[in-house]
Write a new protein. Structure first.
Length: 90
């Protein structure tokens, strides 16, 4: 099975997610957040830097819980949001 390349909108959405996670993490260490979310430090680092622009939904949910951030905050609409007013998932 061949995976299609990500679109520029998908890559941008991944960068926005990473920035939101970094901001929410603040001065808390990567290790502490990764441990609380049940993921590796390297996975968190890759998500925060946009190298994993489309992390699994349950990974994002775990990170939101570990950071105490409502999931809705991580799914803010960006330029690629639909005209219906509904945000596209990160």
């Amino acid at each position: 099975m061949v995976r299609l390349p990500l679109t520029p909108d998908e890559l941008d959405r991944g960068r926005r997610l990473g920035a939101a996670l970094r901001a929410a993490r603040g001065s808390t260490s990567l290790g502490a957040v990764a441990e609380a979310a049940g993921i590796s430090v390297e996975t968190l680092r890759k998500i925060e830097t946009g190298r994993i622009p489309t992390p699994a939904f349950f990974t994002v949910v775990a990170l939101a819980g570990a950071l105490g951030v409502p999931l809705e905050e991580l799914a803010e609409p960006g330029p690629g949001a639909r005209a219906t007013g509904r945000a596209r998932a990160c």
